[in-house]
Design a protein around this ligand. Structure first.
Ligand SMILES: NC(=O)c1ccc[n+]([C@@H]2O[C@H](COP(=O)([O-])OP(=O)(O)OC[C@H]3O[C@@H](n4cnc5c(N)ncnc54)[C@H](OP(=O)(O)O)[C@@H]3O)[C@@H](O)[C@H]2O)c1
Length: 427
């Protein structure tokens, strides 16, 4: 027996599927007792068909989605085109036509996931998207299955390879942000417009998806706060090193009594924390839970082979669901009302880098500002001033979001102080 699938898009990830099916033919046969056959591939135009054929791929290529929708022998549509449209329309059409969908499209899932999941439910078909988060790391399935018996209290993720590559170079080789971006672009890790990667937007999309699986709460992309690495300069990196930390772009979701809080931000990580050793384009998700305790899942967040391997794992899961008559069950069955944490309940340590006049009494002024918000210092470092200006680095004990906002505002109000940076510190 064969399972016919259709592929939408044949780029970096999609073009890896024929080879992977071939490499795993024997194993797949044993697991499924069925052959997975790519029976149609949607390409953009005739020119692309000619080019792809020249590259040695000979499949039934089509130029219209209707040819896939009207083909009753196709039960699974694999979307690997990326972007919001026409991916959203095509996926909706496939689900409405009773076909299951596998996709790696994080932007689409983070923005329209709720609607697409509902459509899959209504049509009793599957919608799977393991590769949308951390490429090759099987994190969503692990959260859905292996953590079913556990309660997760905090999730930390280094889930954007581009920014992690850049921060690793800034930390290990003292590169500036601009040098790191230039090399990331030369190596093809960063796009010509790097906004989504360096401003934490891409990591925020992945965090929104992770929150469904880890906390059973679905967050819209706008409910994940995000800031990026553009403002990190060499002095922050050096101060972090001196104080025993490295800086990385980290996504955090934490559950407190009033709800969950999700944020992507450049973060101080102690050199002793497992996430501090996640370098280059690698990804990792670190989980704190009541049952297992601390665990970390590490692997390649992108690349053709890791990503298409995750996609094929989803296809296999969907076929198994079709076989055992559970196809209408959702990828993640943990769902509860979304409650956002109150800002006063969300606490973290913070690092502040402040430029002050290089004269007596400045430290006392800083102490007054912090103590007015009940904040106390854990570590302080003053760099030698030049007689005019001095830089003071402070790591404070735990602050809630209201205290943090007030301290930032008070520091910004002092005309002769300059708040150079303030970053989260995890411990
Ligand atoms: N690359 C990774 O390592 C990675 C990792 C995790 C997740 N993902 C996700 O996987 C998906 C695919 O990524 P990718 O890196 O393979 O992207 P890609 O190399 O740009 O491939 C996408 C392909 O889809 C084609 N396409 C776009 N719109 C189309 C349309 N309307 N009709 C027919 N073909 C169309 C593109 O053709 P044109 O070139 O003509 O536009 C391109 O060949 C994205 O959602 C991405 O976020 C990728």
């Amino acid at each position: 027996m064969t399972i016919n699938i259709a592929l939408l898009g044949f780029g970096t990830v999609g073009s890896g599927l024929p080879g992977l099916l071939l490499d795993n033919q024997q194993k797949l046969g044993m697991i499924l007792n069925q052959k997975i056959v790519i029976s149609k591939i949607l390409l953009r135009d005739q020119e692309t068909i000619n080019r792809v054929k020249k590259d040695g791929f000979d499949y039934p290529f089509v130029l219209s989605m209707d040819e896939i929708l009207q083909d009753d022998s196709i039960s699974i549509v694999v979307e690997l085109m990326g972007r919001l449209e026409p991916a959203k329309t095509y996926i909706s059409q496939a689900l409405s036509a009773g076909k299951s969908v596998v996709t790696a499209n994080k932007d689409l899932l983070a923005i329209h996931g709720r609607e697409l999941r509902a459509l899959a439910r209504e049509n009793h078909v599957a919608l799977y998207y393991e590769a949308a988060v951390a490429g090759g790391i099987p994190i969503l399935r692990t959260l859905a299955n292996s953590y079913a018996s556990d309660k997760i209290t905090r999730l930390l993720g280094v889930v954007n390879g581009t920014s992690n590559f850049m921060m690793s170079k800034m930390v290990e080789e003292s590169w500036s942000y601009d040098e790191a971006l230039r090399v990331a672009q030369e190596l093809g890790y960063a796009e010509s417009d790097p906004t989504n990667d360096v401003d934490g937007i891409d990591a925020g999309y992945k965090l929104a998806i992770l929150s469904e699986f880890a906390f059973g709460m679905s967050l819209s992309a706008s409910e994940v706060q995000h800031s990026g690495i553009r403002e990190i300069d060499k002095s922050d990196v050096e101060i972090a090193q001196q104080l025993g930390y490295v800086i990385k772009l980290v996504g955090e979701i934490v559950e407190v009594e009033s709800g969950i809080f999700a944020e992507v931000s450049p973060t101080f990580i102690p050199k002793t924390h497992p996430l501090s050793s996640v370098n280059g384009v690698m990804n990792a998700v670190f989980i704190e839970s009541l049952g297992i305790g601390e665990s970390m899942f590490y692997g390649p967040g992108a690349g053709q082979k890791p990503t298409i391997t995750s996609v094929l794992a989803d296809i296999i899961r969907v076929v198994k669901r079709m076989n055992d008559g559970t196809i209408g069950k959702s990828f993640n069955e943990y769902s509860r009302e979304t409650k956002l944490a109150r800002p006063e309940d969300v606490k973290n340590k913070y690092y502040f880098s402040i430029e002050t006049p290089d004269s007596t009494g400045q430290f006392l002024r800083l102490v007054k500002i912090f103590t007015s918000e009940d904040a106390s210092f854990e570590q302080v470092l003053q760099q030698k001033g030049d007689g005019k200006r001095a830089i003071v680095a402070i790591i404070c004990h735990s602050l809630n979001q209201v205290q943090l906002k007030n301290i930032r505002e008070k520091l910004n109000r002092e005309v002769d102080f300059s708040l150079l940076n303030s970053l989260k510190v995890i411990y």
